[in-house]
Structures are given as structure tokens and as C-alpha cells.
Design a protein around this ligand. Structure first.
Ligand code: HEC
Length: 204
């Protein structure tokens, strides 16, 4: 192989651009990766996710008889819905967390067009798992974020979206949804207040 071609290939692999390149990073049994979170590629984040996935689902589903205003069925079922992102990605919003998005059957077709000008069908539910990786590579499960499209006029102040969230340990979180959620999501009014996963990881 010509040295220059070899250099190009290693450079691409180091940047984590190719989907086939084996990861250079190692994930240990505690799901920690041997590099800082802000240097982790999508593929490396996926390795961390695979390590965390079971613990994550268990945590979110703790105390499903005490979910109060959160619909426990959504928490139990979301992994069976359509995956709207192929790999976990950190868009720099949602407190610098890596995110993975799932949409229920009612909303799957409309959501996965990732277009402006959509109005999501009533009954659409979107769930988003989150985790963070700190500067030392230590991974931590974050909250599960949920948006549900309610009937027209049900919540005009939030575009008829109900926002809820449960902690990593399954606790329903009491939040001012206008301030904590909708104020930022209102920046995406042209797509029915949806921001969509970053382009590189959108499911086909
Ligand atoms: C600072 C801005 C900001 C705040 C605050 C915020 N979000 Fe988001 N949200 C985003 C962005 C940006 C995305 C798309 C991120 C991605 O997947 O890469 C998103 C995506 C989502 C999605 C997936 C649907 C979509 O928009 O594509 C859900 C569900 C969600 N957020 C719920 C919540 C909830 C619940 C809260 C409040 C607890 C909240 N968000 C607060 C910016 C925000």
C-alpha cells in the first residue's frame, strides 16, 4: 500500500468517520471508555450504549406502579417502537448527553421523514434515552424524555405536546415543562416543535 493512502485511511479511522472501522477505544465492565466524552465518536458511543442498555431499561422501569403523571406503558414499551436514530449522538443540547430516539407506531412515518411542515398525529409518543460520558470516560445514565401529542386544544401553550421525564432510577420528575422543555422546543415550531436527531444518525 502506498504510504499516502495508508495515512488517509488511518486518519479517517481516527476521526471515526467510517462505519466499518473497528473502534480504537475500549469499554470496561463498568461501561467506562478510555477517552473523554467529548472525543467519543458515534460508534464508540454505541459501544458504551450496548454496555449500559440493560441497566438503563431496568432503571427507567423501576417502580412502574408509581409513575404518577408519566404513562408507565410508554416507559415499558418504547424499545419496541421505531428507532429514529441509528447511533447515540450528542447534539450539545439536553445537557450534553448522548441521545437515542424512539417513536411509536402512530408517529413513526411522520417523524422519520425529519421534515419541516409536519403536524404529528394525535397519539404520537416519542421517547428519548440519554446518557453522559464525562471527561474521564465514565458513563452515567441520564433521564428518559417523553413527548406525547395530545388532542387539538389540550395544551395550547405547549403546541399540544405533553412533556414528561423519568430519572435514571425511574422516578417521575416534577418539572415546569414550559420552562424546562417547551421554551427551547418552541425554536422548532416549523416542524411541530420537534428538533430531530443530528443528521448523521437519522434512521433511513
Ligand atoms: C436547550 C434546548 C432543549 C431543552 C431545554 C429540551 N429539549 Fe428536547 N430536544 C432538543 C433538541 C435539540 C432535540 C433533538 C436532539 C437530538 O436527538 O439530537 C430534542 C429532542 C427531544 C425529543 C425527541 C423529539 C424531537 O424533538 O426530535 C424529546 C422526546 C424531547 N426532546 C423531550 C424533551 C423534554 C421532556 C424536555 C424537558 C424535560 C426537553 N426535551 C427539553 C432541545 C431541548
Amino acid at each position: 500500500m502506498k504510504p499516502i493512502a495508508f495515512l488517509a485511511i488511518t486518519a479517517i479511522a481516527a476521526l471515526g468517520i467510517t462505519h466499518t472501522s473497528p473502534s480504537l477505544a475500549k469499554v470496561d465492565k463498568n461501561c467506562a471508555i478510555d477517552k473523554p466524552g467529548d472525543e467519543v465518536s458515534y460508534e464508540e458511543a454505541q459501544e458504551v450504549y450496548e454496555c449500559l442498555a440493560e441497566k438503563m431499561a431496568k432503571g427507567y422501569n423501576k417502580g412502574n406502579d408509581k409513575k404518577r403523571w408519566v404513562n408507565a406503558d410508554h416507559v415499558r414499551d418504547y424499545r419496541d417502537w421505531t428507532k429514529a436514530s441509528t447511533l447515540p449522538a450528542n447534539p450539545g443540547f439536553h445537557s450534553d448527553r448522548f441521545l437515542l430516539t424512539f417513536v411509536n407506531e402512530t408517529g413513526a412515518d411522520a417523524y422519520t421523514k425529519f421534515e419541516e411542515g409536519v403536524t404529528m398525529p394525535v397519539g404520537t409518543v416519542i421517547a428519548k434515552e440519554s446518557f453522559s460520558i464525562n471527561g474521564k470516560g465514565k458513563a452515567k445514565v441520564g433521564p428518559l424524555f417523553i413527548m406525547e401529542k395530545a388532542a387539538k386544544g389540550a395544551s395550547p401553550k405547549t403546541g399540544d405536546w405533553y412533556y414528561t421525564m423519568v430519572s435514571a432510577k425511574g422516578k417521575p420528575q416534577g418539572i415546569n415543562v414550559y420552562k424546562a422543555c417547551h421554551e427551547c422546543h418552541s425554536g422548532f415550531e416549523d416542524s411541530d416543535f420537534l428538533a430531530y436527531p443530528v443528521e448523521e444518525v437519522r434512521a433511513e
